[in-house]
Design a protein around this ligand. Structure first.
Ligand SMILES: [Zn+2]
Length: 183
């Protein structure tokens, strides 16, 4: 088995990368250049097999990408609110992927695992991890889209412009997840 990459190796790779880096605009330069600031936020998993820059063929600075474990939206909700004040956002694309690590445990199992190390910490009992072993991939996407559409603090037009997909790490393809509003 190959040895895992080290930070020292990554720093060396950066030195090689920086020799061919194309300068990117500062905020103050948007508008002067032929570039539009990002309008779409992509929320997806931090899993190293789930790299939207690759599977969406993203060109910087077209989109903002926020990656969390599972691509769940609650942990980055404050970031969405902040970004909506900073950028002319039009839509949010939520992508969860097949074989996601968040599908291997339930929140209850994650709490139990943490409790074996920290048995006396009561606040663990109410912690949420967004795990979805007891659900399905499509349902986790639906839950996040409905959360965004119903979040009172999120600008209504932006919440309504949330769309969900699943990403297949074997085929590289996206499948849309249809979400009908509860109300
Ligand atoms: Zn994942």
């Amino acid at each position: 088995m190959p040895s895992p990459v080290t930070i020292a190796e990554l720093v060396e790779r950066n030195k090689a990368y920086a020799t061919k880096h194309v300068p990117l605009p500062y905020f103050s330069e948007f508008g002067n250049l032929e570039q539009h600031p990002p309008a779409v936020v992509v929320v997806t998993c931090a899993d190293p097999r789930c790299i939207p820059e690759t599977f969406l063929d993203l060109k910087s600075p077209e989109t903002v990408v926020l990656r969390t474990a599972g691509g769940r939206v609650k942990p980055i909700f404050n970031d969405l609110l902040y970004l909506d004040g900073l950028l002319p956002l039009t839509s949010i694309m939520v992508i969860h992927h097949t074989d996601c690590g968040k599908s291997f445990m339930t929140d209850g199992e994650a709490r139990s695992a943490l409790k074996t190390r920290l048995p006396d910490v009561k606040e663990i009992d109410s912690m949420e991890f967004g795990a979805f072993k007891d659900s399905t991939l499509e349902q986790s996407v639906k839950d996040d889209i409905l959360f965004l559409r119903e979040a009172p603090l999120l600008r209504r037009e932006l919440g309504e412009a949330s769309v969900g997909f699943t990403y297949d790490v074997k085929t590289g393809g996206l499948t849309p997840v249809q979400v009908s509003n509860k109300k």
